[in-house]
Ligand binder design. Structure first.
Ligand SMILES: C[S@@+](CC[C@H](N)C(=O)[O-])C[C@H]1O[C@@H](n2cnc3c(N)ncnc32)[C@H](O)[C@@H]1O
Length: 261
């Protein structure tokens, strides 16, 4: 085989050996990490992880692995995102088994879709390992079922942090208010006054129950329970902060049942 042939074969080998796994780490409780995700952390060559991953899950990583903190900072998302994607491509082309560890589920408000797209474009083999999303787990740990035969037969998951017009039209809160009986909002604390105003303007009663669950599933989980008409003042008076999941709808009444034990 001539030198050119040998070089091509080597480059093809490189492309075949590396792979990226987009793995969901769940919302915080290490017990919610999937067995498949844990197994991958234990044998990865490189782990690139996000800011909200709990230390107990980071402790599952193969001690020999290269660990890279890709924690995003508000306002610098696009730069960080490009760098992170390029890093995954470079490492996989260098034959590494790369785990891209993302909070919750990689495909729920986690940019997993965009990352998968870029990896596929670059010819990198990619596999997605779902995780337990915070929008389901945080309410569950607070005793709030998202559906219930008496209260709700439909759920909407929506982001509360959206730059209108940046990627697509802004969230239609009027449609969200009427679209389902339970509304679960990710990244909703910062814009809560606006969201509450939009939902009440759309016709939701100011007495509609609402729950905020901060650091859900972790030992420091905190909840704030109220009504649409009171919650903004409650947030201001208690200093309640992100990251939290917002749940709106009659299912929030179950919180009192769960905590009356
Ligand atoms: C960029 S999104 C990522 C969501 C993630 N992919 C998931 O499936 O849970 C980050 C937001 O998820 C929510 N979040 C993530 N972990 C949480 C937790 N342990 N408790 C409450 N909310 C959480 C918060 O609304 C936070 O602002």
């Amino acid at each position: 085989m001539n030198r050119e042939g040998a070089k091509n074969t080597k480059e093809e080998e490189k492309k075949c050996l590396g792979k990226v796994y987009l793995v969901g780490a769940g919302p915080g409780d290490p017990g919610l990490m999937t067995l498949k995700g844990k197994g991958l952390l234990e044998c990865a060559d490189v782990v690139i992880y996000d800011a909200l991953i709990s230390p107990a899950i980071l402790a599952m990583i193969n001690p020999e692995a290269e660990k890279i903190d890709a924690g995003k900072r508000r306002g610098r998302h696009s730069i960080m995102q490009e760098e992170t994607t390029q890093l995954m491509i470079d490492k996989a082309q260098d034959n590494a088994i790369v785990v891209r560890l993302k909070g919750g589920d990689p495909f729920i408000f986690g940019r997993g879709g965009e990352e998968m797209e870029e990896l596929v474009k670059a010819g990198i083999p990619v596999e997605v390992v779902p995780g337990v999303t915070s929008g389901i787990a945080a309410p569950a740990y607070a005793g709030i079922p998202l559906t219930h035969r008496l209260y709700s037969s439909s759920v909407t998951f929506v982001t509360g942090h959206e730059a209108a017009g940046k990627y697509r039209p802004a969230v239609n809160w009027n449609a969200i208010a009427h679209g389902s009986e339970t509304i679960v909002i990710y990244m909703g604390i910062h814009n809560l006054p606006y969201i509450v105003e939009e939902l009440t303007a759309a016709g939701l009663s100011s007495e509609t129950p609402i729950a905020l669950v901060r650091w859900g599933t972790r030992p420091d989980q905190e909840e704030l329970i109220g009504q649409l008409g009171t919650i903004v003042d409650q947030v201001a008076s208690t200093g309640f902060e992100a990251p939290a999941i917002v749940v709106i709808g009659a299912v929030v009444k179950m919180y009192a049942t769960f905590h009356s034990l």
